[in-house]
Structures are given as structure tokens and as C-alpha cells.
Design a protein around this ligand. Structure first.
Ligand SMILES: *[C@@H]1O[C@H](CO)[C@@H](O)[C@H](O)[C@H]1NC(C)=O
Ligand SMILES: *[C@@H]1O[C@H](CO)[C@@H](O)[C@H](O)[C@H]1NC(C)=O
Ligand SMILES: *[C@@H]1O[C@H](CO)[C@@H](O)[C@H](O)[C@H]1NC(C)=O
Ligand SMILES: *[C@@H]1O[C@H](CO)[C@@H](O)[C@H](O)[C@H]1NC(C)=O
Ligand SMILES: *[C@@H]1O[C@H](CO)[C@@H](O)[C@H](O)[C@H]1NC(C)=O
Length: 336
């Protein structure tokens, strides 16, 4: 009989993975801002629509978002940032190689946000398009090509320029190429339009009381948390939902003829940190179920998961990566 195995690996989240051992919970995506590993272009509407207050607000917000991150050209878990402004047309103020340190970036940002242009119209298409070029140019010859990319757009207005310059289509193309888009709207009437441009779950606005935290936690840190390659499916709060909360856990459906112990070993050999999947909750079980269903496999689904009898401690334990202690099914209680 052919039995499937489902293994999961901890996303090697750039060394910042925090796990509460002993608690049977799946690991959340870490949000260690000092370890953000991204290429980001900030796109700022500096037309008359924005107003001086709007621009000042943007500078303060963006500076706070990035103040703890390591902006540098050095390799490692570092971030590069570029700045584009737009009104009627877009201007690349700084490309991805411009900043060697976080302070210089913040000073430049305040400088850029010091003055409005005389443009009365602002076309978000031109800003997005310029940002895409900056990301493209900053990564020629495969430079940092395993680093996630993001665009953060601050918009005071939303105007389409006709069919060949449709912001929604452009945003769709950008996202399809693996670049995430975070939007921040500065007036309510454009919120719905901006939400169509943003990566699901990443449209924010300036009435959010914790805008900085939203951009960090629900934007940049989620973008920073991903599974290697297409073979691994990221565990999320809801299977198949683009805006679902991501976990620092990747799942992979294996296919092997084996007993449990052999399956366990086969699974561990897939990756240093791979192990037979645990199902701590109904939600996790449901996710597993959806994964099988989505793979087109025939029912009934039969698979091994990571619950095994641990001889040395005489109890049922959940598998963990080889170098980590297994997790008891439930806290040990003495029987009276
Ligand atoms: C920033 O990253 C570089 C390269 O990894 C590292 O050498 C440097 O110490 C980091 N700076 C901070 C403040 O963490
Ligand atoms: C940034 O660092 C590079 C290489 O270390 C250097 O060539 C460049 O001049 C620096 N740029 C600035 C603005 O300091
Ligand atoms: C970035 O801008 C600098 C200065 O304008 C320029 O010399 C450099 O070629 C640009 N780099 C990229 C990758 O576009
Ligand atoms: C704007 O922010 C408010 C408050 O956080 C929120 O209720 C609303 O859904 C937001 N609109 C969009 C489009 O995100
Ligand atoms: C199982 O997951 C599917 C898809 O994510 C969802 O629609 C459904 O409500 C979930 N069912 C339960 C019982 O959680």
C-alpha cells in the first residue's frame, strides 16, 4: 500500500525564529526588525493633493517603520531601500544602492518630504511603474535574487489614466512577479481603490491608530516570512486564502512506501529541519486535509503524521526537528 507522508520544516527565518518549547503551538512568523531581509521601494505622492502635513506624516511614519532595520549594501540579513516620488510623473530620488546606513536613509527621507511639487494631479501608475524599474535595476545579474521585494505606496489621490495605464493591471503584474505591494491611503475615498492594488491584507490607511505596527507586523514581517521554492506550502490561518496569517512553518506532501519509522526518517532526510507533521489543533488538521484535497489525491486520505510512542519517556510525543526535543501530547498529570 502506498502511504503519503506529510513533513513540515521550520522556515529558516533568518535566524530569528522564536519558539516556545513545550507549548504545542505552531511557530508564528518572527518579526525581528533588525533582521529584515528585503529590498523595498518607498513611493510617495508629493503632488499638491498631499499637502505639507501629509508629507510630514509620511516621513515620520516611514522613519519609524525602518528605524530599527539594518539598511546597508552589505550582504546578510539586511535591507536596501529606494525612494520614488510622483505626481503627474515619477522621479527616482534614490535607487537601491543609494544608502549605506539607516540614518542617512532617514535624513534623505525627511529631505524628500520637505517640499511638494506644483503638480495638481497624481498618477499612481507612474509611481508604481518607476518603483518596479528601481527593483529590477537593483537586481541585475541575479544580485540578491533570493531576497523578497516590496513596494510601499503612500497615496493622496487615485486617478486612472486610461486603459493602457491601468494601475490595477500594473499592480497585478507586479505582484505576479513576486513583489508585494503595501498601500497607505491618506483619505477615505481612495481606500477601496488602493486595496485593489495591495497584496491581500496589506492595504492600510492613516486612520489606523497603529499604522507603523501594521506596516511592520502585517506588511514587512509577513513578506519576510516565506517557504523555500514551490515544493513547500506555507502553513497559514486558512488554506488558500491570500490574506491569511502566515506561520513560520512549511509543509510538503511526500509519497513513499514505508512503515512509520521509515517515513519519519525519509521525512527528516528532506531537509535539516524537516519532520513528520504535527496536528496540534483542528485548524491544523483542516489545513492538512485541504492540502491533500488540493493535491488531487483520492479519498480516503491516508498519511503518517508525527505522533509516536517515545520509549524512553513512556509517552506519546510529537516529532520535532532532529536537534530539538519532542513535544509531549499533553502536560503530564499524575493519576490520583
Ligand atoms: C548590519 O548587517 C551587517 C551585515 O550582515 C552587519 O555586519 C552589521 O553588524 C549589521 N548592523 C547592525 C546594526 O546590526
Ligand atoms: C556606500 O558604500 C560604498 C562601498 O562601500 C561606497 O563606494 C559609497 O561611496 C558609499 N556611499 C555613500 C553615499 O556613502
Ligand atoms: C543608482 O544611482 C547611482 C547614482 O545616480 C548610479 O550611479 C547607479 O548606477 C544607480 N544604480 C542602479 C542599479 O540603477
Ligand atoms: C482604514 O482604517 C480603518 C481603521 O483602522 C479601517 O477600519 C478601515 O477598514 C481601513 N480601510 C482600508 C481600506 O483599509
Ligand atoms: C477548513 O478549511 C477550509 C478552507 O480553509 C475552510 O473553508 C473551512 O471553514 C475549515 N473548516 C473548519 C471546520 O475549520
Amino acid at each position: 500500500m502506498r502511504i503519503s507522508l506529510l513533513s513540515s520544516i521550520f522556515l529558516v527565518c533568518f535566524g530569528s525564529l522564536h519558539l516556545a518549547y513545550g507549548q504545542n503551538v505552531d511557530p508564528e512568523c518572527a518579526c525581528n526588525l533588525g533582521n529584515l531581509w528585503l529590498d523595498v521601494v518607498i513611493v510617495i505622492d508629493n503632488s499638491q493633493n498631499m499637502g505639507h502635513n501629509g508629507l510630514n506624516q509620511i516621513a515620520a511614519t516611514i522613519a519609524t517603520v525602518f528605524v530599527q532595520s539594518n539598511i546597508t549594501q552589505a550582504l546578510g540579513q539586511t535591507t536596501r531601500v529606494g525612494i520614488v516620488t510622483y505626481g503627474q510623473t515619477a522621479v527616482v530620488k534614490y535607487n537601491l544602492t543609494a544608502f549605506n546606513d539607516t540614518n542617512t536613509f532617514i535624513n534623505a527621507l525627511f529631505d524628500v518630504c520637505n517640499k511638494l511639487t506644483t503638480d495638481t494631479a497624481s498618477y499612481i501608475y507612474t509611481g508604481l511603474s518607476a518603483a518596479r524599474d528601481v527593483l529590477h535595476d537593483g537586481r541585475v545579474n541575479g544580485k540578491r535574487n533570493n531576497v523578497r521585494q516590496a513596494i510601499i505606496v503612500y497615496a493622496a489621490d487615485y486617478k486612472s489614466q486610461g486603459q493602457d495605464k491601468d494601475p490595477v493591471q500594473l499592480a497585478r503584474d507586479i505582484r505576479a512577479s513576486g513583489i508585494d505591494i503595501i498601500t497607505v491611503g491618506l483619505k477615505q475615498s481612495i481606500d477601496d481603490d488602493l486595496a485593489k492594488l495591495a497584496t491581500p491584507g496589506m492595504a492600510f490607511n492613516n486612520t489606523d491608530t497603529d499604522l507603523v505596527g501594521e506596516i511592520q507586523r502585517n506588511g514587512l514581517c509577513q513578506i519576510n516570512c516565506f517557504c523555500p521554492g514551490v515544493a513547500w506550502t506555507q502553513y497559514t490561518s486558512q488554506f488558500g486564502l491570500a490574506s491569511a496569517r502566515r506561520f513560520a512553518l512549511c509543509l510538503h506532501l511526500g509519497d513513499i512506501d514505508a512503515m512509520w519509522v521509515a517515513a519519519k526518517i525519509a521525512c527528516q532526510s528532506m531537509d535539516n529541519s524537516a519532520y513528520l507533521v504535527s496536528e496540534f489543533s483542528e485548524a491544523k488538521h483542516n489545513f492538512t486535509y485541504q492540502l491533500f484535497k488540493n493535491s488531487g489525491m483520492l479519498t480516503p486520505y491516508m498519511y503518517y503524521f508525527g505522533l509516536g510512542w517515545d520509549v524512553s519517556s513512556q509517552q506519546w510525543m510529537w516529532e520535532q526537528p532532529v536537534n530539538q526535543p519532542k513535544l509531549p501530547v499533553s502536560p503530564v498529570r499524575s493519576l490520583v
